[in-house]
Design a protein around this ligand. Sequence first.
Ligand SMILES: NC(=O)C1=CN([C@@H]2O[C@H](COP(=O)(O)OP(=O)(O)OC[C@H]3O[C@@H](n4cnc5c(N)ncnc54)[C@H](OP(=O)(O)O)[C@@H]3O)[C@@H](O)[C@H]2O)C=CC1
Ligand SMILES: O=C(O)C1=N[C@H](C(=O)O)C[C@H](O)C1
Length: 254
Amino acid sequence: MTRIGIFGAAGRMGRAIAQVAQEAGLEIAGGTDRGGAGELAPGIAITADPLALAEQSDVLIDFSVPAALSAHLDACIAAKKPILIGTTGLESAHHALIDEASRQVPILQTGNTSLGVNLLAALVEQAAARLNDDWDIEIVEMHHRHKVDAPSGTALLLGEAAARGRGIALADHSERGRDGITGARARGAIGFAALRGGSVAGDHQVILAAEGERIEIGHRAENRVIFARGAVKGAQWLIGQPVGRYDMKGVLGL
Ligand SMILES: NC(=O)C1=CN([C@@H]2O[C@H](COP(=O)(O)OP(=O)(O)OC[C@H]3O[C@@H](n4cnc5c(N)ncnc54)[C@H](OP(=O)(O)O)[C@@H]3O)[C@@H](O)[C@H]2O)C=CC1
Ligand SMILES: O=C(O)C1=N[C@H](C(=O)O)C[C@H](O)C1
C-alpha cells in the first residue's frame, strides 16, 4: 500500500489531505509541522524530522511554508523519494532549488492541484494566444482571511498560462499591487489584484478586456477537498515517474 508523508501536516491542507488519502485507502506514514508534536490521526505521529518522515514514505506531499522548502527537498533527496509541492508564495530562489533538486528526484510543483483550475489555465492560454494585446488581461483572486501570500499561487499559474499564450515572459509584463498614482496601464501587461476575507476557499477570475467588450472566465473552489484530491492523485502519479520536474498536466491528462 502506498505510504504518504505530509509536510505541514497540522495545517488546513495537511489535515484535508490526510482525510482524503485515508478515505482512498492509502496509508499515512506520518507528518511534520513546525512544532513537531501531536497526532495527525489516532496512531499517526506529527514530528519535526523531515528526513525520518521521508525515509518512512513512498512519496511526500508538501503544503507548508516557503521557508521550509529547502529542508524538505534535502530530506527527499537523501531518502530518494518523490515530492509534490503545493506550497505557494515561492520566489525565484525557491524555483531554482526545485529545478536543482528535480535532477535527483521526481518533483511535481503546482500552485493549484484541482482539475478545474488546471483546465481553466489551458483555456486562458488558448484565449491569450488568439487575442492580441488590444485585450488587457487582469487576474482577480479572493481567499480566506488567513492566507499569507499574494498574489495566490493560482493567480500566478494563470498569469503564466496567459503569458505563454501571448509568447511573453510574465516577469517582464506583470503589474502587481497597484496603489496611488500608478500611471496608465502598460499595453500588454498582465495585472493582478488580491482580495482577502472570511472563509473563501479560493476564487479566481481572468478578465480579458478590450474596447467595448469583455470576456470573463473563472473558477470557484467551494472547499479544500478538491485540492486534497488532486494532491493525492498527483502524488500517486509521481511514484514511478523518472527524475524531473512536473506540473498537473500529466496527472490530469490535459
Ligand atoms: N497548490 C494548491 O492546490 C494549494 C496550495 N495551498 C498552499 O498550501 C500552503 C499551506 O496552506 P494551509 O494548509 O492553508 O496553511 P496552514 O497555515 O493551515 O498550514 C501550514 C502548515 O505548515 C506548517 N509549517 C510551518 N512551518 C513549517 C516547517 N518549518 N516545517 C514543517 N511544517 C511547517 C504549519 O505549522 P504551524 O501551524 O506550527 O506553523 C502548518 O501546519 C500555503 O502556501 C497555501 O497557499 C493551499 C491550498 C491549495
Ligand atoms: O492558501 C490557500 O488557501 C490556497 N492557496 C493556493 C493559491 O495560493 O493559489 C490554492 C488555493 O487557491 C487555496
